[in-house]
Design a protein around this ligand. Structure first.
Ligand SMILES: Cc1cc2nc3c(=O)[nH]c(=O)nc-3n(C[C@H](O)[C@H](O)[C@H](O)COP(=O)(O)O)c2cc1C
Length: 384
């Protein structure tokens, strides 16, 4: 089995808009290249982000390892963390060299480690410094530069504080701001608590869009259904989804059709079709085979796929087989095939049970229990 163009290193390209109405958030230890390739089998058009990579690491680390990706992952944004304009400029150049579509500066991460390096959310208190950094990044590469930030930090959390931050940074010409719609407490709350404890304040993000209609304002935080995305798009330009995209990857199966008017996967002919979960698994097989052949442990690839069948018959078997067998030495693509066969078997059993449960006289064509029938493998699972 082969996969075309496993690592993409494109030529520097002219900035083109990354004005995409829905994106999957940057998430450390989650949105690595394997997760992104997997999500590309679910949705072709959603904007994807890398995990945050520090500008220091880009300067000193193994760039191919840190920045390499597969062409199919595009449109793709590199998220960087840092506060040193020269390092950030070098990162922007590297992003362009590797063929990323845009670069994003992290001004939202509240972790101690990040704060001790003076980057992430603590930079919200230094809008001029962020503006300098963004201006240098914009001058260093043709890629669009965006900023991901919070509503505020600590006591700097009034709407006017956010306006000062955004208007200062926007003076550089930066047009794209992604707002995680809750403040961060830099003292006393863990990064995890900082994603749940401070309340969500969507109206302030909506107000930001009203006050800065020329900016591309993307809202983030707490969205779990596509219906919410549709609602938000009446008030802002885009919606970014993080945890729900990881915990329910199939949520995104409807996205292309719903927000881009396009079919949900390569090779699908009709706009009315969405890739089924088994089709997504099958589309992953050549990719998995390639990486396992390169010495990557199978579980580094399959760990991102564990939730694909969440809420479906066979989900337990899928996770059990993948978890137990993917870490074994020599485990390869056959483990995934075996797990898929178990899911399909479970689906057939459930379908059979549904048929047997039909009341006498009703049976025959077309009757399916929508909660249990064979339809479980077709269409999107989210509803929205
Ligand atoms: C495990 C994890 C890692 C994260 N890593 C990053 C990161 O590297 N950069 C960043 O800007 N935000 C990071 N975030 C925050 C998300 O991008 C997002 O802003 C946050 O989860 C809120 O969106 P959600 O409610 O849709 O998950 C992370 C979140 C999680 C759960």
């Amino acid at each position: 089995m082969t996969v075309e163009a496993i690592t993409f290193k494109g030529q520097p390209q002219a900035a083109r808009p990354i004005e995409v109405p829905i994106s999957i958030a940057p998430m450390m230890d989650r949105t690595d290249r394997h997760y992104r390739y997997f999500m590309r089998q679910v949705t072709q058009h959603t904007l994807l982000y890398t995990e945050m990579v520090t500008a220091q690491a880009i300067l000193h680390g193994d760039r191919d390892h840190l920045l390499g990706f597969t062409a199919a992952e595009r449109p793709l944004v590199l998220q960087v963390g840092g506060d040193d304009p020269a390092l950030l400029a070098a990162s922007a150049r590297a992003a362009a060299d590797f063929g990323y579509d845009a670069i994003n500066l992290n001004v939202g991460c509240p972790s101690d480690r990040v704060r001790s390096g003076n980057f992430g959310a603590c930079l919200m208190a230094q809008p001029d410094r962020v503006a300098d950094a963004v201006a240098t990044m914009m001058a260093a590469s043709p890629l669009p530069v965006s900023v991901k930030h919070r509503i505020g930090i600590d006591d700097l959390d009034r709407y006017d504080d956010m306006v000062r931050f955004v208007s200062t940074v926007a003076q550089t010409g930066c047009r794209h701001f992604t707002v995680h719609a809750r403040k961060a407490w830099l003292q006393g709350l863990s990064p995890k608590d900082n994603r749940t404890v401070p309340p969500l304040r969507y109206p302030e993000v909506h107000r930001l869009k009203r006050d800065f209609p020329h900016l591309w304002i993307e809202i983030n935080g707490g969205f779990t259904r596509l219906g919410q995305v549709t609602e938000q798009l009446n008030r802002v330009d885009a919606v970014m989804i993080g945890r729900a995209a990881y915990d329910q990857p199939y949520l995104f199966a409807d996205v292309d059709l719903r927000f881009f008017g396009a079919a949900g996967g390569p090779g699908l002919k009709s706009w009315s079709q969405v890739r089924s979960r088994p089709q997504i698994v099958k589309a992953m097989l050549p990719y998995i085979d390639h990486w396992v052949g390169q010495g990557t442990k199978l579980n580094k690839l399959t760990r991102h796929m564990l939730m694909l069948f969440a809420g479906q018959p066979g989900s337990r078997q899928w996770k059990q087989i993948l978890t137990a067998a993917s870490g074994q030495p020599g485990a390869g693509v056959e483990v995934v095939q075996q797990a898929l066969a178990a899911v399909l078997r479970q689906g057939e059993i459930q379908a059979q049970l549904a048929v047997e449960a039909q009341p006498l006289g009703v049976g025959g064509e077309g009757f399916r229990d929508p909660g249990k029938g064979v339809d479980v493998f077709v269409g999107a699972g989210e509803g929205g």
